[in-house]
Design a protein around this ligand. Sequence first.
Ligand SMILES: Nc1nc2c(ncn2[C@@H]2O[C@H](COP(=O)(O)OP(=O)(O)O)[C@@H](O)[C@H]2O)c(=O)[nH]1
Ligand SMILES: [Mg+2]
Length: 252
Amino acid sequence: MYSLYVLGTAGSGKSLLTHTLKSWMVSKEWYTITVNLDPGAESLPYDPDVDVRLYIDLHEIMDKYQLGPNGALVFASDMIATKVQELQDDIDSYNADYVIFDTPGQMELFAYRPSGQYLASNLVSDGKVLIYLYDAWLCRSPENFLALNLLASSVKLRFRLPFLSVLNKVDLAHDEYKQVMKWTTDTSLLSSAISETLKGEDYSLYFSLFKALERNSFITKLIPVSAATSQGFMDLSGKISMILRGGEESEA
Ligand SMILES: Nc1nc2c(ncn2[C@@H]2O[C@H](COP(=O)(O)OP(=O)(O)O)[C@@H](O)[C@H]2O)c(=O)[nH]1
Ligand SMILES: [Mg+2]
């Protein structure tokens, strides 16, 4: 059984990608299940096979501890660490080939509080991949791309799992996403874009950030997809398979 953790900023498309990726994998005859790890999810575009909301009730936490929605979400996210065994038993009962974990809408709840890493390292599986989503619509300016790249790099450092950088929502950014793809394959183009769009102190700060990310190989090629149209899913599932199965059955 292999685990895929889907992370990305709020609204980057984690839940929709979880749904679309499951459908894609199932159509390739991989037995795939979904796990919702967001205790605050109001509605999801898929019906999760395993759901943390079964064990953690956000409204009950709000009432019991007199917390507002944000405080309760933080509390609930920390509580997930105490539910590892229940989640593991639930997941194991399916005996699936792949398990896709949809993480909380607000990424910091999973990425920067200890429970996310605890969960990702303690849930047992034969291999794990972190699928990190960039929102193509937000990436169109060099400043935004660098800011999102910095965030992605911090997630990569914290989880230390095989990492796939995915550019989601390419259907919304039309051909502009191709420019973003070019920045990641030829960083001199990103450097030129920074000098063309920024001046003075902004230029110096963003340029140093760019150099730091580039020097440490944090600017890597993105996999363009659309969770809305399934564009790019053959490439994405091929890359997942390549990491987990060493290239075997990369058509999956
Ligand atoms: N057009 C388009 N919309 C998308 C795509 N992925 C997600 N969305 C939409 O973006 C919004 C946020 O997506 P959601 O999956 O809830 O994001 P999450 O907070 O990361 O789980 C929803 O309205 C989705 O329908 C995509 O690839 N293309
Ligand atoms: Mg979501």
